[in-house]
Design a protein around this ligand. Sequence first.
Ligand code: PSV
Ligand code: MN
Ligand code: MN
Length: 388
Amino acid sequence: MTNFSDISSELGRQAIELPSWAFGNSGTRFKVFGSEGTPRSVEEKLADAAQVHALTGLAPSVALHIPWDRVDDFDKLGRVAEDLGVRLGTINSNTFQDDDYRLGSLTHVDERIRAKAVAHHLECVDIMDVTGSRDLKIWLADGTNYPGQGDLRGRQDRLADSLRQIYERLGDHQRLVLEYKFFEPAFYATDVPDWGTSLLHCLALGDRAMVCLDTGHHAPGTNIEFIVMQLLRAGRLGSFDFNSRFYADDDLIVGAADPFQLFRILFEVIRGGGYDEDSEVAFMLDQCHNVEDKIPGQIRSVLNVQEMTARALLVDRVALAEAERLGDVLGANGILMDAFYTDVRADLAQWRGDRGLPTDPMAAYIASGYQDQIAADRIGGTQAGWGA
Ligand code: PSV
Ligand code: MN
Ligand code: MN
């Protein structure tokens, strides 16, 4: 079995991007609960994200969602982020909150609306040029509710053309990352429902088109680590949106519902080279915190990813390969499970202490008084983000 001391330097290169929108109020379709201290501006979201990084050392960048996070001066926003100790990361487009997109965006049958959706993405790339972001992440709400409502093939053809126009605008070091989701908000046919569809579009576009795997976007029972392996094998795993789910796209704290699944995913990432020093796989959270405090929610999430990464790194891969080669079914399974069942919490606390970080980031956050301070300071105004 591998020892913790063997993996501690590998843990040092872990970076998990935070979603700006996790710091705002969001909710189910039944109710959005308010919370004290909710950010009123993009800058305040960055300040909250910076707390997560300061206490964990794990979250050096923040993903933005346009238009939720549109500001007049993105260059200035980048400097604000830097002063706070973080940087701006992935730019997410948004074509799901404009009445024009009721029947689709990049797939729309009306050329005027499709052109508007393409133009929105080109604006996102303009923003990336200023922020220095590498990735444009596209998730489309496009789809149909009823058989016959749309021509499934025609929608794919228009999507391919729209994506081509966007891809052509990218700079040499920028990437298009296409996220899939099996249903919702469309309930009959989603236009990018699965990794196969996303991959086909990416392959047609070129080398800098990659698939985004959101862990909450599959049918129950799907073997997600198989998809991870296959996309890594094809060199097309662009990024993760981490969260966990019990039922649908629940957007809960990653590792909350099924820590073993998170372990299995991270093991395939590591085995497939996705955690290597030169890997370009982006690890991000995509979560909503409806009833729990948002900053501790994000702290818990990045710690869960770190904890399962540590356990996955502990797998004795030499012994595992040998057991696999010998056809030792239970031996191989036992090697994997030994690592999964290893409690690394005390080692990780010491790892943090050795690096000048709080050994218990959750407790340190509560003791810091930051939550009381933002509750007192951020009175009045409306929250930035969802619906803004
Ligand atoms: C869609 O469900 C999604 O996972 C996409 O990543 C969106 O950008 C995000 O959620 C919005 O919260
Ligand atoms: Mn997502
Ligand atoms: Mn989602």
